[in-house]
Every structure is written in structure tokens, then in C-alpha cells.
Ligand binder design. Structure first.
Ligand code: TXA
Ligand code: MG
Length: 326
């Protein structure tokens, strides 16, 4: 199949039939977007450099950014990455779930160089979504997948978000409805002496530090480039400008509220969580940014979000959305 020449992206149903069809496409070197508990991933067989190259091309993603290899179980993860006792503890505590471990690549691992961007490490996770694990198992090997959006756009939490960016550019989307977590996985590097938080995400820093019994270094303290491209300034960017820590919504702005601060204000306002629940807010974040962006207003005013638990990941994504555009 000539992937430059796709016309229609199939929407495959949840269930065994859809999984089987999606796996057939992956095994033939195609691209399938699939649901995870965090966001939709754009999957290709991680062992197939041509298929992985097609991911970079479909997303318009700089090819030096490594991809996460999604695996179905811990046995498969151990064939790809070298586990130390810290990795064992974190895998036992948080997999399946929104945690990616960056480990030294295992001898005989199947994830191709291009998917690892030439690094001698590999990012691994087991997603907490039955369709995703079924697809990985049926594909017969790890599935490399970045978020299923055009590079620099907001991550997709629904099949319609995937299609808005990638319709006609990829073979299929496996329809798993909405992603419950809504922000990407937390990424922890276990390459060095100290564990390093490369990207805050769906598992809180405190949860990880509790399991490890030590604190996580920030990326800037512990690791040289290349770091997670989620750290690039304007990575999660809507078209509208974004104003953080807004105490009110000004003329010409849409409002992204938290905990009902903007209640009763006129204009276009969405509340991430009227009851101030950070888990609910994370799940709504990308959908609401897209909806407010579609309102056509010039700027989105965002209410303050507490920097605790999932709030760290939410604020990280919002700061990137607010960063000056390159
Ligand atoms: O929740 C998620 O993590 C979603 C779903 C689809 O699993 N995926 C996702 O992928 O957010 P992506 O490509 O948008 O972000 C993956 C991050 C990148 O910032 C990349 O640099 C980092 O993981 N990464 C992957 N392998 C790495 C490695 N060996 N060393 C350092 N960073 C790595
Ligand atoms: Mg992404």
C-alpha cells in the first residue's frame, strides 16, 4: 500500500473483529490509531523501520524524537528493556497504567533504531486499556506509538480528534471512545544513578516517589539532551493564545475554568471540573481546549489549577499551550 496515497481512514469497531483487522494492518506495515487510558496513540509495529518512518511522516514529527514502545505484558517488556529493582517496583505498582519507563535497551530487543531515535535506551509502557493490549498481543510485537495528532497539536482523547488531524493520512482508527485519563503517561528515566522525571503525567510524582522510596530528579538536573520533546516550548498548542492563572475572563476571551471560579461570567466558558477534582480535570483538558479553540475567540483564559497530584501534569501541558509559538 502506498502510504502517501491514502484516501479514507477506516473507523474500526471495538471488539475482536476490530482488533483482528487492526492487527492485520499493523503486521502489513500500516498505521493504526488506537485508544489507551491516556490519549489515542498512532501505532506501527515497533520492529518495522518503514512503518515507524510512516508515523513520523503522518505526524510531521521531527525524526530524532524517540517513540514509546507499547507492550502487552511484563514478559514482553523484559525482552525489550533491562529491568533493575527500581523498574521492577514501578512496573508492579503502576502497570498496566499511565507510566512510561525509560530503560537501557535489552540485548536482542525488537524495537528498531528509528523508533528509539538511535538511542541505546527504550521507553516502555503497558497501557491500561483492554483494546490496546489485545491489539498489541494480536500484532505479535511491541507497538510504537506517539500521540495520534499532528506534531505540535493538542493530543487526541476521542476518535474524532484523531480524524480531525489525520484522516486520510493513516490506515485506521480503532474506536475505543473517550480516554479516561486524558493526559499522557508520566515518563521516568532509570538510566542513571538517580531516577529522573522526564515528563509529568497520569501517575503523580508523589505516587512514584512513594514506591521508589526516593525523590525524582527533574529532567534539567539529571539528564543531557535529548530529552522528551514534550519539553519543547510550544508542544501542546491550540490556535488561540492562552493566558494562565486568570482570575477573570476578559472581553474577547473564552474561559477554561476549574472549580467554578468563572461561574456566572458571560461568554464561552467550560469548567474542567466544577467540583475541583483534578482527575476529572485531566480527563477533560484536551477536549475542552479543542472546543474553546473552535469558538474562534482570540485567547483562552485559564483559571489557576493547584500544582498537586495530576495538577502537575495539567499545569505542564497548559504552560506549553501558553508558550510563544515557534
Ligand atoms: O500516554 C502516552 O504516553 C501516549 C500514549 C499514546 O501512550 N504517548 C505519548 O507519546 O504521549 P509521545 O510520543 O507524544 O511522547 C512520548 C515521549 C516523548 O517525549 C519522547 O521523547 C519520550 O517519550 N521518550 C520515548 N523514548 C524515550 C527514550 N528512550 N529516552 C527519552 N525519552 C523518550
Ligand atoms: Mg505527543
Amino acid at each position: 500500500m502506498n502510504r502517501e496515497d491514502k484516501r479514507n481512514t477506516l473507523l474500526l469497531p471495538a471488539g475482536p473483529g476490530g482488533i483482528a483487522e487492526a492487527a492485520t494492518i499493523l503486521r502489513a506495515g500500516g498505521l493504526v490509531a488506537f485508544p489507551t487510558e491516556t490519549v489515542y496513540g498512532l501505532g506501527a509495529l515497533a520492529s518495522d523501520p518503514r512503518a515507524v518512518a510512516a508515523i513520523y511522516r503522518a505526524k510531521g514529527r521531527p525524526s530524532f524524537n524517540p517513540l514509546i514502545a507499547h507492550v502487552a505484558d511484563v514478559g514482553q517488556a523484559r525482552r525489550e528493556g533491562r529491568f533493575d529493582s527500581r523498574a521492577e517496583k514501578l512496573a508492579a505498582a503502576f502497570w498496566p497504567g499511565p507510566l512510561t519507563l525509560v530503560l537501557p535497551v535489552a540485548q536482542g530487543g525488537s524495537v528498531c533504531d528509528l523508533a528509539r531515535a538511535g538511542l541505546d535506551s527504550v521507553g516502555l509502557r503497558i497501557p491500561a486499556n483492554g483494546l490496546a493490549r489485545g491489539l498489541i498481543a494480536a500484532a505479535g510485537g511491541p507497538v510504537a506509538a506517539p500521540s495520534a495528532n499532528l506534531s505540535g497539536h493538542v493530543s487526541p482523547a476521542l476518535p474524532s480528534h484523531v480524524l480531525a488531524d489525520l484522516n486520510g493520512r493513516i490506515d485506521a482508527v480503532l474506536n475505543g471512545g473517550a480516554c479516561p485519563v486524558g493526559v499522557e503517561s508520566t515518563i521516568v528515566s532509570l538510566l542513571g544513578e538517580a531516577p529522573v522525571l522526564l515528563r509529568p503525567g497520569g501517575v503523580s510524582r508523589a505516587g512514584i516517589e512513594h514506591v521508589l522510596g526516593e525523590s525524582l530528579a527533574g529532567a534539567e538536573e539529571g539528564i543531557d539532551a535529548p530529552v522528551a520533546p514534550g519539553q519543547l516550548a510550544s508542544h501542546y498548542a491550540p490556535r488561540a493564545g492562552v493566558r494562565l492563572d486568570a482570575l477573570e475572563v476578559l472581553e474577547g476571551e473564552a474561559g477554561l475554568d476549574f472549580g467554578g471560579r468563572f461561574a456566572g461570567a458571560p461568554g464561552t466558558i467550560l469548567d474542567l471540573s466544577p467540583r475541583g477534582d483534578l482527575t476529572e480535570a485531566a480527563a477533560n483538558l484536551f477536549s475542552m481546549l479543542r472546543l474553546l479553540d473552535a469558538s474562534g475567540l482570540q485567547r483562552i483564559a485559564v483559571a489557576p489549577i493547584p500544582q498537586e497530584g495530576l495538577g502537575e501534569a495539567i499545569n505542564d501541558r497548559l504552560r506549553r499551550a501558553a508558550a510563544p509559538r515557534s
